[in-house]
Design a protein around this ligand. Structure first.
Ligand SMILES: *Cc1c(COP(=O)(O)O)cnc(C)c1O
Length: 395
């Protein structure tokens, strides 16, 4: 069996998304800034994609700015709010401890440039407490940025409550909705967000394209200077095939959203129940307020990397919170943020299911993970010490 269970890392492009690109490479290949017909047709298509996307999140087309993906949208949102705040002498930013690195690394940069950053705790369940956020807001707070759903543990934040607080306090609110877009219903008006980031490759669209929603009246700062594309806020000839494909992928996701949420959450819960049978294991993050396809566990006494390699042998693509594979020995900042100690955080496994996942596949994952964890524990010195009572079990 071959099972791709790493949809939080990226998704397979849908047939609809692939088909939507082709005419804009073969026929309507003009530059949208050109005045002749093939250019103007590209321009019209681009604006229809903007309208389609805006409609899905209850925004106006003028509020959608196309970018090269989620990271760029995050960077531009933070830079824009920071620059706007600084002009008014406001240099305090509130975020959370478990944001994506596109947010955290930009915040590090802003700190070096004289901004002060408060990172709210996300507690054991992986959810920000709105009252704590409200208490952290100061006179000089220029931005609150809290992700809609976490990319590792899938927990969903109380975005509309946070939006309500920020609106009342007059603070700009940005949310990184990259993991949520196409997977949860999104309404920027109801949520009272000022800016929101999204990326096509997380909802079966192509890589290298995304968008920033910026509420009318939000002052944007350019990251890329050049031509007058995107109302002068993001220079560079538009990625027309990518944008057309993104709009088609989002439309498809939005149409199937209720069915997908029901199907995926049922199988997610089956997977959680199955893996919970493994002794000394624990689910990471809230069991209910989480993305429909996200399962993340810690298993005591094993290393996440070995787990991944053995699962790969069984045809299962998954991911681990410990970042050894990406060249660092630090465990995931997300797992540390929910209070997992280093040793436990190292033995983590993230399985992010696709919309087409079947019960049979979930049962195969459960069986395989059980086998692999047992096998790895059979020769783990850490596990031997735990079993001998030399060190206490944590989970
Ligand atoms: C994937 C991801 C990003 C980055 O998006 P790219 O399009 O890959 O740059 C940002 N934030 C979150 C939460 C993500 O999951």
């Amino acid at each position: 069996m071959k099972i791709y269970a790493d949809n939080a890392a990226t998704t397979k492009m849908s047939r609809t998304a692939i088909d939507a690109m082709i005419p804009y490479m073969e026929e309507v290949y003009g530059n949208p800034s050109s005045l002749y017909e093939v250019g103007q047709r590209a321009k019209e298509a681009l604006e229809s994609a903007r309208e389609e996307i805006a409609g899905i999140i209850n925004a106006s087309p003028q509020e959608i700015f196309f970018t090269s993906g989620g990271s760029e949208a995050d960077n531009q949102a933070l830079r824009s709010a920071a620059a706007f705040g600084a002009r008014k002498g406001k240099k305090h930013i509130i975020s959370s401890a478990f944001e994506h690195h596109a947010i955290l690394h930009t915040l590090n940069r802003l700190e070096k440039e004289g901004f002060e950053v408060t990172l709210l705790p996300v507690h054991e369940n992986g959810i920000v407490v709105p009252q704590e956020l409200e208490a952290a807001i100061r006179e000089d707070t220029c931005l609150v940025t809290i992700m809609t759903a976490n990319n590792e543990i899938g927990t969903i934040q109380p975005i509309s409550e946070i939006g309500e607080i920020c609106r009342r306090k007059g603070v700009i609110f940005h949310t990184d909705a990259v993991q949520a877009m196409g997977h949860l219903p999104i309404d920027v008006k109801e949520w009272k967000v000022d800016m929101l980031s999204a990326s096509a490759h997380k909802f079966h669209g192509p890589k290298g394209v995304g968008f920033l929603y910026a509420k009318k009246g939000t002052v944007l700062t350019n990251l890329i200077e050049g031509g007058a594309q995107e109302k002068g806020k993001r220079a560079g000839t538009e990625n027309v095939p990518g944008i057309m494909s993104m709009a088609a992928a989002l439309k498809e996701a939005a149409e199937g959203i209720d069915r997908n949420i029901a199907h995926q959450s049922a199988l997610r819960d089956r997977l959680i129940a199955g893996l919970s049978e493994i002794p000394h294991s624990a689910l990471n993050g809230d069991a209910v307020r989480r993305l429909p396809g996200n399962v993340n566990f810690c298993f005591e006494g094993i290393e996440g990397e070995s787990l991944l390699l053995l699962l790969d042998d069984k045809g299962i693509c998954a991911s681990s919170g410990s970042a050894c594979t990406s060249g660092s020995l630090d465990p995931s900042h997300v797992l540390l943020a929910i209070g997992r100690v280093h040793d436990v955080a190292h033995g983590s496994l993230r399985l992010t299911l696709g919309e087409e996942i079947s019960e049979e596949e979930v049962d195969y994952i459960i069986k395989s993970v059980k086998e692999v964890v047992e096998y790895l524990r059979s020769f783990s010195p850490v596990w031997r010490d735990l079993m001998a009572g030399k060190s206490p079990f944590i989970l």
